[in-house]
Design a binder for this molecule. Structure first.
Ligand code: ADP
Ligand code: MG
Length: 232
């Protein structure tokens, strides 16, 4: 009920910009493929950020999730993305999901989390290694999920090694850190190569003015979910 939802938000120090969205409190209530629910059962229940971003993203809404490090943000965007944009269209062989992350280390962590679910071919793309080899792997494996850092992603797009024209779901992960590292221009250029009809999700540990401006540029009427304070 409305009062249960309000109590849940209060208890978890959450704010949600669209109060029509009710928290999903049990994995069994998640309306996704069984193969996606099964690995979650290792955990007890959805984290607060997952409990709202799941229903929100599964409805197809652009969504901003702000929550501290270690709060389960990777599965918060991965589960709905895989369900809506990959498993529902299994014959497709082009990248449907693009996740942009600020560093090689974070990109690899996110990639590992998604790859572990064993749902679809995925690839992690970052600089400092052979671009030609990455291009060959993309051609050969036809990944549906791309996780990468801004510089190398843009490089691959610009020389024809990576086609983003069928991306259905774009995730800006650790958005605050990406802006801190001066990636705004690269991100803008990468997003310019994705369809404007895509669904966009943004996750961040903080919600400074620079991240607000980025969200305002790329997102369509986003729902914003905050767990804890929006400050550092
Ligand atoms: P964040 O991106 O918010 O920093 P991660 O997505 O990296 O956090 O998740 C941190 C850890 O929490 C990971 O080891 C992940 O497997 C685990 N985790 C994810 N969802 C849950 C959950 N519902 N309950 C308990 N642990 C979870
Ligand atoms: Mg994360």
């Amino acid at each position: 009920s409305d009062s249960d939802a309000a109590a849940f938000f209060k208890e978890n120090n959450m704010t949600v910009s669209d109060t029509s969205i009710k928290p999903l409190l049990r994995f069994d209530d998640l309306d996704v493929e069984e193969g996606l629910v099964k690995p979650l059962k290792a955990f007890e229940k959805p984290t607060p950020i997952q409990s709202i971003t799941w229903p929100c993203l599964l409805q197809g809404k652009d969504t901003i999730g702000i929550a501290e490090t270690g709060s389960g943000k990777t599965l918060a965007f991965a589960i709905p993305g895989l369900s809506r944009h990959v498993l529902s269209d299994a014959s497709n062989k082009t990248p449907s999901i693009l996740v942009i992350a600020p560093t090689r280390e974070l990109a690899v962590q996110t990639y590992d989390n998604i790859d572990k679910l064993k749902m679809t071919p995925s690839i992690c793309l970052y600089g400092g290694v052979s671009k030609e080899e990455q291009k060959r792997t993309i051609k050969k494996n036809k990944p549906r999920v791309i996780v990468g850092t801004p510089g190398r992603l843009l490089d691959l797009v610009n020389d024809g090694g990576l086609d983003l024209s069928n991306v259905k779901y774009l995730v800006l992960d650790e958005a605050d850190r990406m802006l801190d590292q001066g990636f705004e221009k690269d991100i803008t250029a990468i997003i310019g190569n994705t369809p404007s009809t895509r669904q966009t999700a943004m996750f961040s540990a903080t919600w400074p003015q620079s991240v607000r401006a980025l969200a305002a540029t790329f997102m369509r009427d986003p729902v914003r979910v905050t767990v804890g304070s929006e400050e550092l």
